[in-house]
Design a protein around this ligand. Structure first.
Ligand code: SME
Length: 151
């Protein structure tokens, strides 16, 4: 079993009986952050009102609390509903640098059963181009699962 399959299996099993999204997202962040050494900041931003993200459960250094849909890589994921794969954050001027050590980032939208973006999952790394295609497809599968189960 690959590490991605292993982590996904563990998350599904941990969440099997869990209905509360805060407990679930906190558990997901913990599992991801501690399973992958190149995940240096791992966390959720939630759509709390139209066009506005607020921070959810996370691990790593301090994250900014509020991100409008028209700002940052997180905002781009929420606005477009598409995964943002950013191997070099300095190549994306709209990137919000919560930490100056971040060099690459992936943000995946989470959609409810109506296709509305209800949250995003943000992965940041201090390594350049840290996230593999397997990391990204695993994260997309995970976000699809979370969207249908919790939102
Ligand atoms: N880099 C993100 C902001 C969130 S933090 O990095 C934790 C962005 O550009 O949206």
């Amino acid at each position: 079993m690959s590490i991605h399959e292993d982590v996904f299996t563990r998350i599904r099993s941990l969440l099997e009986e869990e209905n509360d999204w805060v407990s679930a997202m906190s558990t997901v962040v913990c599992e991801l952050h501690n399973s992958f050494e190149h995940f240096h900041w791992t966390g959720f931003y939630r759509t709390v009102e139209p066009e506005l993200l607020k921070i959810g459960p996370y691990q790593g250094g301090h994250g900014c609390l509020v991100i409008p849909f028209d700002k940052g890589i997180c905002g781009a994921a929420a606005r477009t509903g598409k995964t943002q794969d950013v191997p070099d954050v300095h190549a994306r001027p709209e990137h919000i640098a919560c930490s100056s050590s971040t060099l690459s980032e992936v943000v995946v939208p989470i959609k409810d059963s109506n296709g509305k973006v209800v949250a995003v999952l943000d992965l940041d790394s201090d390594l350049p181009a840290a996230f593999s295609t397997s990391d990204i497809s695993f994260t997309e599968d995970l976000c699809q699962y979370l969207g249908t189960k919790y939102f």
